[in-house]
Design a protein around this ligand. Structure first.
Ligand SMILES: Nc1ncnc2c1ncn2[C@@H]1O[C@H](COP(=O)(O)OP(=O)(O)OP(=O)(O)O)[C@@H](O)[C@H]1O
Ligand SMILES: [Mg+2]
Length: 254
């Protein structure tokens, strides 16, 4: 479980909700071996500013650093070098507790491998981020059920992840990321396991969330999805190779 930990720490007030733009300056990420030697330099100096309300697709070959970048953007890990500012604050200056509270309030994360808790129903899984925000059980279950309805799993709420198809698990993971109404949605291949009709309905949902002001940052291999985003950041070998804006689309496909 990598979502926010229970924590007595509260950030007062929550100015980060007013400006969740993130800024990476020469950010690097090195994975080390247990003996301290360098295993992989996954990011080699990434400069990137993401403004509030943007819809960004992160693309690039397998192993180019997309998931690593998303993990940093989601404050689930810290950079090895460079500067990472989120909501105007330097992540390195924040304690683990502060970061955890910030993450829980601000960020919804859809993992490439879903990260659902096997022994819990999906209703309970989707309610987990609300548990960490001390939302009472009745509210938690109501909001989780609404979110599962939204992703088309209203008739599966009491199933455990193993009792669902890969695509259904993916949709449950999306519901969990959205249940807190986060300011930033980070999704790693969110349509990778979905048939095209379900994938389209999830993308239409992301479009709507973006139109309502949510910042959406998505990793994808699919050029059609890249075209749907407003901006494409393409990584290669741990560096930004391309950073381009797409022309505005005529209309959102419902
Ligand atoms: N925990 C880790 N320890 C060591 N090396 C890692 C770790 N996670 C990723 N790497 C390495 O870092 C590089 C970037 O990995 P990353 O998962 O970010 O790639 P990716 O672009 O998301 O690839 P994919 O499209 O296959 O998901 C790869 O060479 C990978 O082997
Ligand atoms: Mg990846």
């Amino acid at each position: 479980m990598t979502t926010a930990r229970a924590s007595p720490v509260t950030l007062e007030p929550a100015p980060e909700r007013a400006d969740a733009a993130c800024e990476l300056r020469a950010v690097s990420k090195v994975y080390y071996k247990p003996d301290g030697s360098v295993m992989v330099e996954a990011l080699k100096g990434v400069d990137l500013v993401i403004r509030r309300g943007e819809y960004v697709a992160i693309m690039g070959p397998s192993g180019s650093g997309k998931s690593t970048l998303l993990t940093l953007l989601g404050c689930l890990d810290r950079p090895t070098g460079g500067q990472f500012l989120v909501g105007g604050r330097d992540v390195r200056a924040m304690s683990d507790e502060e970061l955890s509270v910030f993450r829980g309030r601000t960020i919804g994360f859809v993992f490439q491998s879903f990260n659902l808790i096997a022994q819990h129903s999906i209703l309970e899984n989707v309610g987990v981020p609300l548990f960490y925000q001390n939302v009472p059980p009745a509210d938690r279950h109501r909001r989780a059920a609404e979110m599962l309805d939204l992703v088309g799993l209203g008739d599966r709420v009491h199933h455990r992840p193993m009792e669902l198809s890969g695509g259904q698990q993916q949709r449950a993971a999306i519901a969990r990321a959205l249940v807190t109404n986060p300011l930033i949605l980070l999704a790693d291949e969110p349509t990778g396991n979905l048939d095209s009709a379900t994938g389209q309905s999830i993308l239409a949902l992301f479009d709507r969330l973006h139109e309502q002001g949510m910042t959406v940052i998505m990793v994808t291999h699919d050029p059609a999805i890249g075209d749907r985003a407003r901006r494409v950041v393409r990584l290669r070998d741990g560096l930004v190779e391309v950073d381009r804006m797409n022309p505005p689309r005529a209309a959102t496909v419902a």
